[in-house]
Design a protein around this ligand. Structure first.
Ligand SMILES: Nc1nc2c(ncn2[C@@H]2O[C@H](COP(=O)(O)OP(=O)(O)O)[C@@H](O)[C@H]2O)c(=O)[nH]1
Ligand SMILES: [Mg+2]
Length: 227
């Protein structure tokens, strides 16, 4: 008797992994580079994205997928740009989850023109734990952390700092007003993710944003050349 082997999806992580792979195949086929942008609530993801889009929208076809528990406040902030914006609310049928997973992202792909997109930025739900546990089919993970959060956060939430391909240290315009010890923070960052690329940035003043844009442009070009 011929017995067919069935791959049993054992748990949520396996299922997420399978869907993330399907997303990745769709992204690769469309030639789009995907960045999963993560941080604690309020670290400045949307502000940094607004700053970056001022330049990137002139150089690339960019799309943004906004993930929030509820509402479209961040998506509304991006309406002034020539970029396609889609919104996922985890409160609508996804149990109000604290992160985006591969299935949620998959459910939004039909509302984006992937074939016409060079760079898709997925702004994840603000949370310092859960988003790092779920791959969505992205090429890179960028984490924003801000100097108002304290130097100890890499030690308390190592997973997200470890998951990041690039760490943006935001709100450096506030350093003169804080007792944040940057050297200490960088030591803690290296304790959990030695040598991870990091950039000092301010969405308020624009400092460091060009370097971040350069990093994104290099990644997009590299993916396009490899295709
Ligand atoms: N001083 C200062 N404030 C910032 C900076 N970036 C963001 N903010 C403020 O921080 C708050 C949260 O920013 P937002 O972009 O919504 O963060 P998100 O929740 O990570 O998307 C807002 O009041 C921003 O104006 C920065 O570089 N410097
Ligand atoms: Mg935001």
């Amino acid at each position: 008797m011929h017995v067919k082997k069935v791959r049993v999806v054992r748990d949520v992580r396996d299922a997420n992994h399978t869907i993330a792979r399907a997303n990745r195949e769709d992204f690769d086929r469309a030639g789009v580079t995907v960045v999963n942008f993560m941080s604690a609530p309020g670290a400045g993801k949307t502000s940094l994205l607004e700053r970056a889009l001022e330049r990137l929208e002139l150089e690339l076809a960019v799309a943004v997928l906004e993930g929030d528990v509820q509402g479209s406040l961040d998506a509304d902030r991006l309406a002034r740009f020539h970029v396609e914006v889609a919104q996922i609310n985890t409160g609508d049928g996804f149990g109000g989850e604290c992160h985006l997973d591969a299935n949620m992202v998959r459910s939004a792909l039909d509302s984006l023109s992937l074939e016409e997109t060079d760079l898709l930025v997925v702004e994840n739900v603000g949370n310092l734990v859960c988003p790092a546990e779920f791959r969505i089919g992205e090429d890179f993970r960028v984490m924003a952390t801000s100097v108002t959060e304290g130097e100890d956060k890499p030690l308390k939430y190592p997973l997200m700092y470890r998951a990041a391909d690039l760490v943006l240290i935001n709100k450096i315009d506030l350093l003169p007003h804080l007792d944040f010890d940057l050297e200490r923070f960088l030591r803690h960052l290296d304790d959990v993710h030695p040598g991870v690329p990091r950039m000092l940035v301010s969405a308020r003043t624009g400092e460091g944003v060009d370097a971040w844009c350069d990093w994104l442009l290099r990644r997009v070009r590299r993916e396009q050349e490899a295709a």
